[in-house]
Write a protein that binds this ligand. Structure first.
Ligand code: CA
Length: 225
């Protein structure tokens, strides 16, 4: 496989490159986030260190996930549950905590590849559900051609679901992406925002609730007001 190794530590990068090459992989290395984002389009697998000099690794992951479904294993020195959770919520397929053994890395990479690829995020700027039109670029929503005014966060919640139609997003994932805190689970904010989306659009099924699991963009025909 073509593997992109995103790691700013030269010694670790060199050791990993050798190990990956020994297992038959072609390795491209990026020491900076900006190079990682540029190179990620041409590889089959990404190993992403979270502590990078120019950008937080989780932000790299979020940006990458907007355009790519490439398998990603996050490599981190952080052991906090919150950080690991955020990595997985941001689209990592697995994670490894430094220091780790090469054999463990190879096993995790194989396991991720066996699981298969995730659905591609939408490349379209406009997502339509029934008569609801969501313009992700212009941040505008119309219902039957009429513009609906949403708050910034209401739109962010809707856009998160619209980017991958059919994919269920957990409460934690939405709270992490939109509020920046996955463990804000006790908050009623999300319920209030989902209720706002439903009432402002007059399309109660635009956002489906999957009890105990999360939310997804409505796939059933949308009922009128
Ligand atoms: Ca680092």
């Amino acid at each position: 496989m073509r593997v992109l190794l995103v790691e700013d530590d030269d010694r670790l990068a060199s050791a990993l490159t050798t190990a990956l090459a020994r297992h038959g992989h072609q390795v491209a290395r990026a020491g900076l986030a900006v190079d990682a984002l540029r190179l990620a389009g041409g590889v089959d697998f990404v190993l992403l260190d979270l502590g990078l000099p120019d950008m937080d690794g989780l932000e790299v992951l979020r940006r990458l996930r907007r355009v790519s479904a490439v398998p990603v294993i996050v490599v981190t020195a952080r052991t906090e549950e919150r950080e690991v959770l955020r990595g997985l919520r941001s689209g990592a397929d697995d994670y490894l905590v430094k220091p780790f053994r090469t054999v463990e890395l190879m096993a995790r990479m194989e396991a991720v590849m066996r699981r298969g690829t995730r659905p591609m995020p939408t490349r379209d700027h406009v997502v339509s559900v029934g008569d609801v039109r969501i313009d992700l670029e212009a941040r505008q929503v119309t219902v039957s051609g009429e513009q609906v005014t949403l708050t910034r966060r209401e739109f962010d919640v809707l856009a998160l679901l619209a980017r991958e139609p059919g994919v269920v997003r957990s409460r934690e994932e939405i709270l992490d992406e939109v509020w920046g805190d996955p463990l804000l689970s006790a908050s009623r904010s999300l319920d209030v925002h989902v209720a706002g989306l439903r009432s402002k659009t007059g399309r109660p099924h635009l956002v489906e609730t999957l009890r105990g699991t999360g939310y997804r963009l409505g796939s059933t025909p949308l009922a009128g007001a």
